[in-house]
Design a protein around this ligand. Sequence first.
Ligand code: SF4
Length: 316
Amino acid sequence: MPSSVEASRVMAGRRPRLSVGYRREIPAGPIFAHVTETIERYSLETICVSGRCPNRGECFSRGSLAFMILGDVCTRRCGFCAVRSGKPAAWDPTEAARLAEAAADLRLRHVVITSVARDDLADEGAGAFAAVIEALRQRLPSAVVEVLTPDFHARPELLDMVCRAEPHVFNHNVETVQRLSHRVRPQASYRRSLAILAYVKRIYPALLTKSGMMLGLGETPQEIRQTLQDLRQVGCDLLTMGQYLPPSPHHLPVARLTPEAELQEWRNEALALGFQAVAAGPLVRSSYFADELLERGPRLDVIPAKAGIQAELDSR
Ligand code: SF4
Protein backbone atom coordinates (compact mmCIF):
# COMPACT_ATOMS: atom_id res chain seq x y z
CA MET A 1 0.00 0.00 0.00
CA PRO A 2 1.28 3.53 -0.66
CA SER A 3 2.04 5.75 2.32
CA SER A 4 -0.40 8.62 2.94
CA VAL A 5 2.09 11.09 1.40
CA GLU A 6 2.55 8.89 -1.63
CA ALA A 7 -1.17 8.31 -1.87
CA SER A 8 -1.98 12.03 -1.89
CA ARG A 9 0.60 12.62 -4.64
CA VAL A 10 -0.87 9.72 -6.55
CA MET A 11 -4.40 11.03 -6.16
CA ALA A 12 -3.28 14.40 -7.48
CA GLY A 13 -2.24 12.59 -10.65
CA ARG A 14 1.45 13.22 -10.05
CA ARG A 15 4.02 10.50 -10.46
CA PRO A 16 4.21 8.51 -7.22
CA ARG A 17 7.45 7.56 -5.52
CA LEU A 18 8.15 4.23 -7.09
CA SER A 19 8.91 1.04 -5.23
CA VAL A 20 11.54 -1.38 -6.48
CA GLY A 21 9.07 -3.27 -8.68
CA TYR A 22 8.50 -0.11 -10.74
CA ARG A 23 12.09 0.97 -11.28
CA ARG A 24 13.74 0.49 -14.61
CA GLU A 25 17.32 0.76 -15.82
CA ILE A 26 18.22 3.69 -18.03
CA PRO A 27 18.27 2.27 -21.58
CA ALA A 28 21.58 1.79 -23.30
CA GLY A 29 23.43 -0.71 -25.43
CA PRO A 30 23.66 -1.83 -29.03
CA ILE A 31 20.36 -3.73 -29.19
CA PHE A 32 18.44 -0.73 -27.85
CA ALA A 33 20.15 1.48 -30.43
CA HIS A 34 19.45 -1.00 -33.25
CA VAL A 35 15.74 -1.20 -32.38
CA THR A 36 15.43 2.60 -32.21
CA GLU A 37 17.30 3.08 -35.47
CA THR A 38 15.25 0.39 -37.27
CA ILE A 39 11.93 1.93 -36.22
CA GLU A 40 13.11 5.28 -37.57
CA ARG A 41 14.58 3.87 -40.77
CA TYR A 42 11.30 2.22 -41.74
CA SER A 43 9.20 5.19 -40.53
CA LEU A 44 7.18 3.03 -38.17
CA GLU A 45 5.32 3.76 -34.95
CA THR A 46 5.36 1.77 -31.74
CA ILE A 47 3.00 1.87 -28.80
CA CYS A 48 6.18 1.64 -26.72
CA VAL A 49 7.07 5.23 -27.70
CA SER A 50 3.63 6.70 -28.44
CA GLY A 51 2.18 5.22 -25.25
CA ARG A 52 5.18 6.38 -23.17
CA CYS A 53 5.54 2.84 -21.88
CA PRO A 54 7.75 2.61 -18.78
CA ASN A 55 9.25 -0.65 -20.04
CA ARG A 56 10.68 0.81 -23.22
CA GLY A 57 14.31 0.63 -22.09
CA GLU A 58 14.03 -2.94 -20.95
CA CYS A 59 12.04 -4.20 -23.95
CA PHE A 60 14.12 -2.44 -26.62
CA SER A 61 17.29 -3.65 -24.91
CA ARG A 62 16.15 -7.26 -25.32
CA GLY A 63 15.08 -6.60 -28.90
CA SER A 64 11.33 -6.64 -28.36
CA LEU A 65 8.74 -4.01 -29.18
CA ALA A 66 5.10 -3.59 -30.17
CA PHE A 67 4.42 -2.01 -33.55
CA MET A 68 1.54 0.43 -33.81
CA ILE A 69 -0.03 0.60 -37.28
CA LEU A 70 -2.44 3.02 -38.95
CA GLY A 71 -0.67 6.15 -37.73
CA ASP A 72 -0.05 7.81 -34.41
CA VAL A 73 -3.33 9.69 -34.04
CA CYS A 74 -6.33 7.91 -32.52
CA THR A 75 -10.00 8.64 -33.19
CA ARG A 76 -10.87 7.80 -29.59
CA ARG A 77 -9.87 9.42 -26.34
CA CYS A 78 -9.33 6.95 -23.49
CA GLY A 79 -8.56 8.37 -20.06
CA PHE A 80 -5.50 6.21 -19.49
CA CYS A 81 -3.78 6.35 -22.86
CA ALA A 82 -0.94 8.63 -23.96
CA VAL A 83 -1.54 8.25 -27.69
CA ARG A 84 -2.61 11.50 -29.37
CA SER A 85 -6.28 11.88 -30.18
CA GLY A 86 -7.61 13.71 -33.24
CA LYS A 87 -8.12 13.37 -36.98
CA PRO A 88 -5.66 10.82 -38.38
CA ALA A 89 -3.94 11.04 -41.75
CA ALA A 90 -4.79 8.58 -44.55
CA TRP A 91 -3.33 5.12 -44.11
CA ASP A 92 -0.17 4.42 -46.10
CA PRO A 93 -0.55 0.94 -47.67
CA THR A 94 3.26 0.53 -47.85
CA GLU A 95 3.22 0.22 -44.07
CA ALA A 96 2.66 -3.56 -44.17
CA ALA A 97 5.79 -4.22 -46.26
CA ARG A 98 7.88 -1.75 -44.24
CA LEU A 99 6.84 -3.39 -40.99
CA ALA A 100 7.59 -6.88 -42.26
CA GLU A 101 11.01 -5.72 -43.45
CA ALA A 102 11.77 -4.11 -40.09
CA ALA A 103 10.65 -7.26 -38.24
CA ALA A 104 13.01 -9.30 -40.45
CA ASP A 105 15.87 -6.85 -39.84
CA LEU A 106 15.28 -7.17 -36.11
CA ARG A 107 15.04 -10.97 -36.45
CA LEU A 108 11.84 -10.98 -34.43
CA ARG A 109 10.46 -14.37 -33.53
CA HIS A 110 7.33 -12.93 -31.95
CA VAL A 111 5.81 -9.87 -33.62
CA VAL A 112 3.24 -7.80 -31.74
CA ILE A 113 1.05 -5.45 -33.74
CA THR A 114 -1.42 -3.00 -32.30
CA SER A 115 -3.06 0.10 -33.74
CA VAL A 116 -4.80 3.31 -32.96
CA ALA A 117 -8.60 3.16 -33.27
CA ARG A 118 -9.64 4.23 -36.78
CA ASP A 119 -13.37 4.82 -36.54
CA ASP A 120 -12.98 7.14 -39.54
CA LEU A 121 -12.22 4.27 -41.95
CA ALA A 122 -14.92 2.09 -43.51
CA ASP A 123 -13.16 -1.06 -42.27
CA GLU A 124 -11.90 0.61 -39.06
CA GLY A 125 -8.40 -0.57 -39.93
CA ALA A 126 -9.15 -4.31 -40.07
CA GLY A 127 -7.77 -4.53 -43.61
CA ALA A 128 -4.48 -3.02 -42.49
CA PHE A 129 -4.13 -5.68 -39.79
CA ALA A 130 -4.77 -8.40 -42.38
CA ALA A 131 -2.24 -6.84 -44.77
CA VAL A 132 0.44 -6.72 -42.08
CA ILE A 133 -0.18 -10.31 -41.01
CA GLU A 134 0.06 -11.45 -44.63
CA ALA A 135 3.24 -9.44 -45.25
CA LEU A 136 4.82 -10.99 -42.16
CA ARG A 137 3.79 -14.42 -43.32
CA GLN A 138 5.66 -13.84 -46.59
CA ARG A 139 8.74 -12.18 -45.16
CA LEU A 140 9.12 -13.92 -41.82
CA PRO A 141 7.18 -17.19 -42.03
CA SER A 142 8.53 -18.60 -38.77
CA ALA A 143 7.45 -15.64 -36.62
CA VAL A 144 4.62 -15.88 -34.15
CA VAL A 145 2.17 -13.06 -34.87
CA GLU A 146 0.17 -11.45 -32.09
CA VAL A 147 -2.40 -8.74 -32.78
CA LEU A 148 -3.77 -6.40 -30.14
CA THR A 149 -6.80 -4.87 -31.78
CA PRO A 150 -9.29 -2.08 -31.19
CA ASP A 151 -12.89 -3.20 -30.86
CA PHE A 152 -14.03 -2.69 -34.49
CA HIS A 153 -17.43 -2.06 -32.88
CA ALA A 154 -17.58 -5.88 -32.64
CA ARG A 155 -18.51 -6.03 -36.34
CA PRO A 156 -18.14 -9.72 -37.28
CA GLU A 157 -17.04 -8.99 -40.86
CA LEU A 158 -14.12 -6.91 -39.53
CA LEU A 159 -13.12 -9.48 -36.93
CA ASP A 160 -13.27 -12.09 -39.71
CA MET A 161 -10.99 -9.97 -41.87
CA VAL A 162 -8.31 -10.03 -39.15
CA CYS A 163 -8.81 -13.63 -38.02
CA ARG A 164 -8.84 -15.09 -41.52
CA ALA A 165 -5.31 -13.75 -41.97
CA GLU A 166 -4.51 -16.16 -39.12
CA PRO A 167 -2.57 -14.40 -36.43
CA HIS A 168 -1.51 -16.82 -33.70
CA VAL A 169 -2.71 -14.68 -30.82
CA PHE A 170 -5.75 -12.41 -30.90
CA ASN A 171 -5.48 -9.91 -28.08
CA HIS A 172 -8.19 -7.45 -27.13
CA ASN A 173 -8.06 -5.74 -23.77
CA VAL A 174 -10.98 -5.19 -21.44
CA GLU A 175 -8.63 -2.71 -19.68
CA THR A 176 -10.73 -2.41 -16.51
CA VAL A 177 -13.74 -3.74 -14.63
CA GLN A 178 -17.27 -3.19 -15.94
CA ARG A 179 -18.24 -0.37 -13.54
CA LEU A 180 -15.24 1.78 -14.50
CA SER A 181 -15.24 0.97 -18.17
CA HIS A 182 -17.16 4.03 -19.36
CA ARG A 183 -14.92 6.39 -17.39
CA VAL A 184 -11.73 4.72 -18.59
CA ARG A 185 -12.75 4.12 -22.23
CA PRO A 186 -15.80 6.32 -22.98
CA GLN A 187 -16.11 5.16 -26.60
CA ALA A 188 -15.77 1.46 -25.83
CA SER A 189 -17.78 -1.01 -23.78
CA TYR A 190 -16.90 -3.81 -21.40
CA ARG A 191 -19.63 -6.08 -22.77
CA ARG A 192 -18.58 -5.36 -26.34
CA SER A 193 -15.00 -6.34 -25.55
CA LEU A 194 -16.18 -9.61 -24.04
CA ALA A 195 -18.38 -10.22 -27.08
CA ILE A 196 -15.36 -9.80 -29.36
CA LEU A 197 -13.30 -12.33 -27.42
CA ALA A 198 -16.27 -14.72 -27.33
CA TYR A 199 -16.78 -14.41 -31.10
CA VAL A 200 -13.13 -15.02 -31.96
CA LYS A 201 -12.93 -18.07 -29.70
CA ARG A 202 -16.20 -19.50 -31.04
CA ILE A 203 -15.50 -18.99 -34.74
CA TYR A 204 -11.72 -19.44 -34.69
CA PRO A 205 -11.04 -21.87 -31.82
CA ALA A 206 -7.47 -22.46 -33.00
CA LEU A 207 -6.51 -18.87 -32.24
CA LEU A 208 -5.25 -18.14 -28.77
CA THR A 209 -7.22 -15.27 -27.26
CA LYS A 210 -5.66 -12.86 -24.82
CA SER A 211 -6.82 -9.88 -22.78
CA GLY A 212 -5.44 -7.49 -20.23
CA MET A 213 -6.53 -5.28 -17.40
CA MET A 214 -5.04 -2.46 -15.38
CA LEU A 215 -5.33 -2.37 -11.61
CA GLY A 216 -5.33 0.75 -9.47
CA LEU A 217 -8.18 2.70 -11.08
CA GLY A 218 -10.56 2.24 -8.15
CA GLU A 219 -11.85 -1.28 -8.76
CA THR A 220 -12.76 -3.58 -5.87
CA PRO A 221 -11.41 -7.12 -5.38
CA GLN A 222 -14.86 -8.52 -6.14
CA GLU A 223 -14.97 -6.58 -9.41
CA ILE A 224 -11.52 -7.88 -10.38
CA ARG A 225 -12.65 -11.41 -9.58
CA GLN A 226 -15.79 -10.93 -11.68
CA THR A 227 -13.70 -9.68 -14.60
CA LEU A 228 -11.46 -12.73 -14.45
CA GLN A 229 -14.54 -14.96 -14.40
CA ASP A 230 -16.12 -13.04 -17.30
CA LEU A 231 -12.94 -13.47 -19.35
CA ARG A 232 -12.81 -17.17 -18.66
CA GLN A 233 -16.50 -17.43 -19.48
CA VAL A 234 -15.69 -16.29 -23.03
CA GLY A 235 -12.78 -18.72 -23.25
CA CYS A 236 -9.94 -16.21 -22.95
CA ASP A 237 -6.63 -18.14 -22.87
CA LEU A 238 -3.97 -15.62 -21.84
CA LEU A 239 -4.08 -12.68 -19.45
CA THR A 240 -1.95 -9.71 -18.44
CA MET A 241 -2.50 -7.68 -15.27
CA GLY A 242 -0.48 -4.58 -14.42
CA GLN A 243 -0.61 -1.44 -12.34
CA TYR A 244 -2.13 1.62 -14.00
CA LEU A 245 0.25 4.59 -14.02
CA PRO A 246 -0.97 7.89 -15.49
CA PRO A 247 1.20 8.97 -18.43
CA SER A 248 0.66 12.64 -17.49
CA PRO A 249 -1.17 14.75 -14.88
CA HIS A 250 -3.96 15.18 -17.45
CA HIS A 251 -4.81 11.50 -17.49
CA LEU A 252 -6.98 9.58 -15.03
CA PRO A 253 -5.39 9.59 -11.56
CA VAL A 254 -4.30 6.34 -10.03
CA ALA A 255 -6.42 5.38 -7.04
CA ARG A 256 -4.07 2.85 -5.54
CA LEU A 257 -0.69 1.24 -6.03
CA THR A 258 -1.21 -2.50 -5.97
CA PRO A 259 1.43 -4.34 -3.93
CA GLU A 260 3.44 -6.80 -5.99
CA ALA A 261 2.43 -9.68 -3.74
CA GLU A 262 -1.22 -8.90 -4.38
CA LEU A 263 -0.64 -9.00 -8.13
CA GLN A 264 0.90 -12.43 -7.71
CA GLU A 265 -2.17 -13.55 -5.74
CA TRP A 266 -4.37 -12.40 -8.62
CA ARG A 267 -2.13 -14.30 -11.00
CA ASN A 268 -2.59 -17.48 -8.98
CA GLU A 269 -6.33 -16.95 -8.83
CA ALA A 270 -6.50 -16.40 -12.59
CA LEU A 271 -4.49 -19.55 -13.26
CA ALA A 272 -6.83 -21.48 -10.96
CA LEU A 273 -9.75 -20.22 -13.05
CA GLY A 274 -8.20 -21.85 -16.11
CA PHE A 275 -6.16 -19.21 -17.96
CA GLN A 276 -3.33 -20.93 -19.82
CA ALA A 277 -0.76 -18.32 -18.83
CA VAL A 278 -0.94 -15.11 -16.83
CA ALA A 279 1.56 -12.29 -16.52
CA ALA A 280 0.98 -10.07 -13.49
CA GLY A 281 3.30 -7.45 -12.08
CA PRO A 282 3.52 -3.72 -11.47
CA LEU A 283 4.85 -2.91 -14.93
CA VAL A 284 3.22 -5.70 -16.89
CA ARG A 285 1.60 -4.35 -20.06
CA SER A 286 -0.24 -6.21 -22.85
CA SER A 287 2.90 -6.86 -24.84
CA TYR A 288 5.41 -7.11 -22.00
CA PHE A 289 7.45 -10.29 -22.59
CA ALA A 290 4.64 -11.47 -24.90
CA ASP A 291 6.91 -14.17 -26.28
CA GLU A 292 7.61 -15.63 -22.85
CA LEU A 293 3.97 -15.56 -21.84
CA LEU A 294 3.17 -17.71 -24.83
CA GLU A 295 6.03 -20.08 -24.11
CA ARG A 296 4.83 -20.50 -20.54
CA GLY A 297 1.36 -21.51 -21.70
CA PRO A 298 0.91 -25.28 -21.86
CA ARG A 299 -1.18 -25.20 -25.02
CA LEU A 300 1.28 -24.26 -27.73
CA ASP A 301 -0.13 -27.17 -29.71
CA VAL A 302 -3.26 -25.13 -30.45
CA ILE A 303 -1.23 -22.69 -32.56
CA PRO A 304 -2.22 -23.26 -36.18
CA ALA A 305 0.36 -25.41 -37.91
CA LYS A 306 2.15 -22.76 -39.96
CA ALA A 307 5.41 -23.67 -41.62
CA GLY A 308 8.24 -23.72 -39.16
CA ILE A 309 6.45 -22.23 -36.18
CA GLN A 310 6.33 -25.30 -34.00
CA ALA A 311 9.92 -26.15 -34.87
CA GLU A 312 10.91 -22.58 -34.04
CA LEU A 313 9.19 -22.76 -30.67
CA ASP A 314 10.56 -26.22 -29.95
CA SER A 315 14.09 -25.06 -30.64
CA ARG A 316 14.04 -22.32 -27.97
S1 SF4 B 1 5.73 -3.53 -22.54
FE1 SF4 B 1 4.93 -3.57 -24.63
S2 SF4 B 1 4.49 -1.41 -25.09
FE2 SF4 B 1 5.85 -1.44 -23.32
S3 SF4 B 1 7.91 -1.23 -24.18
FE3 SF4 B 1 7.49 -3.43 -23.91
S4 SF4 B 1 6.72 -4.10 -25.90
FE4 SF4 B 1 6.57 -1.87 -25.86
